[in-house]
Design a protein around this ligand. Structure first.
Ligand code: PLP
Length: 435
């Protein structure tokens, strides 16, 4: 292992220089399907290879197949940031290789996770007490929430959500053999409370920041309705939840403090490397009712409830360490500064679209996502997006709103500057003119 330090230094140097040069790559990978697989040996080597060989193949074989989520010119889906504190923490996490199957298997893992989630709760302006744990993804959090809701009201089999709810709710309902009841949205793409029917419902999933357009469901009204019926309210704030770190954006979250559970993804808009999804609940006992199963070999005398009793996995990664690193090294002020800049840049881009004849903003903008389209048909907008993404200069994605093909510019990379957003607008107008 004498080369461990040298290899480690080389790997860190690789990452540091990658992050410095990331703007130089085409943002969206240009490889054909199967090209990376074809360039790799079909079986593992017989003899050990040096780590340096792996770094060489990373450059030569894999890099063409990388879509650069770390690029400040990545504006697709929900843009993210693997921030430097979290990158370094991932090394420590693997170095320690904690397997948090129960408290005594890693007291530091469990207690740091509890404390870090409580820090995050405070940063988001959520009330005390709320039980927090970390899931890998918001999708897993949906399974956790709906399983707890079903266990709390086993006679009820319906999950209510809006037509714009993320597909992870549909998938969780399918896994748990619950029936989905979809509520139409209003002109702002938010769930219409007047059309909500809670009969036979065990859960309602409301979204703050929908995937298509970052619409905000009327959580306060929905909380009144679910409380009256004893229905579990889950608030999916996977993307937008981070915005609650800024008090001036908290009005979008009114009522979420009354939810039975809430999901917020630090791996989306809180500068934490994939994966880290925060799950908060007012009803930890109901989570345990659904998930606690302690086999003989894990029984201990300590009077501590292990985090594995609140969700499906037994073994936990030490994800809290990278969230801890992120919250400490950015600080509240650092997080707020970047989130505010993203919102400012999105507002600026929106103002350019509004001022330009032939372009339309297609949804209210609450956070750092702008939905817009060029006047003309769906095919034209689809062709425009293809040309923009083929240029490699920026990467945007699309959705469908009110029956139209709509372009989405999502700002979420901590390194995105005004010049990057300006470039996106220049490329869009250039390619639209060339169509
Ligand atoms: N919920 C919302 C609102 C989302 O936008 C997404 C993904 O974009 C998800 C859930 C799923 O997130 P994850 O990839 O963490 O499962």
């Amino acid at each position: 292992m004498s080369s461990f330090r040298d290899d480690g230094a080389a790997a860190l140097e690789w990452v540091a220089s990658y992050l410095e040069r990331v703007r130089e790559y085409p943002v969206l990978s240009t490889v054909e399907p199967g090209r990376i697989r074809a360039a790799l040996p079909p079986a593992a080597p017989e003899a050990p290879e040096p780590f340096a060989a792996l770094l060489r193949d990373l450059d030569e074989v894999l890099m063409p197949g990388i879509t650069h989520w770390q690029s400040p010119r990545y504006f697709a889906y929900f843009a993210t940031t693997g921030g430097e504190p979290g990158i370094l923490a991932e090394l420590l996490i693997a170095g320690l290789n904690q397997v948090g199957i129960l408290w005594r298997a890693s007291p530091a893992l469990q207690e740091l996770e509890e404390v870090t989630l409580d820090w995050l709760r405070q940063l988001l302006g959520l009330p005390d007490p709320l039980h927090g744990h970390i899931e890998d993804t918001a999708s897993s959090g949906l399974v956790t929430a709906l399983a707890a809701a079903r266990a709390a009201r086993p006679e009820r089999r319906v999950v209510v959500c809006s037509e714009h709810t993320h597909s992870s709710t549909t998938k969780a309902a399918r896994l748990l053999e619950l029936e989905l009841r979809t509520v139409p949205a209003d002109g702002t793409h938010a769930m219409r409370p007047d059309l909500v029917d809670l009969s036979n419902a065990c859960a309602l999933v409301a979204t703050v920041g929908t995937t298509s357009s970052a619409a905000v469901d009327p959580v306060s009204l929905l909380a009144d309705m679910t409380a009256a019926e004893g229905v579990w309210l889950h608030v999916d704030a996977a993307y937008a939840g981070a915005a609650a770190v800024c008090p001036e954006l908290r009005h979008h979250f009114a009522g979420w403090e009354r939810a039975d559970s809430i999901g917020v993804n630090p791996h989306k808009w809180l500068f934490t490397p994939m994966d880290c999804s925060a799950f908060f609940s007012r009803r930890p006992d109901d989570l345990r009712r659904a998930f606690s199963l302690v086999p003989e070999y894990l029984r201990v005398s300590e009077d501590v409830v292990s985090l594995s009793e609140y969700a499906s996995p037994l073994g936990r990664r030490f994800r809290a360490l990278k969230l801890w690193a992120t919250l400490r090294c950015y600080g509240r002020e650092g997080l707020q500064a970047i989130l505010r800049e993203h919102v400012r840049l999105a507002a600026l881009f929106e103002s350019w679209v509004r001022a330009e004849p032939g372009w339309t903003v297609c949804a209210p903008r609450h956070f750092s996502l702008v939905c817009f389209r060029r006047d003309g048909g769906d095919e034209e907008n689809e062709a425009l997006l293809r040309r923009v993404n083929d240029s490699g200069e920026v990467f945007l994605s699309h959705t469908r709103l009110d029956g139209h093909y709509v372009l989405r510019l999502a700002i979420g990379n901590a390194r995105t500057a005004e010049e990057d957003v300006r470039l996106a607008w220049d490329v869009l107008r250039r390619e639209a003119a060339a169509l």
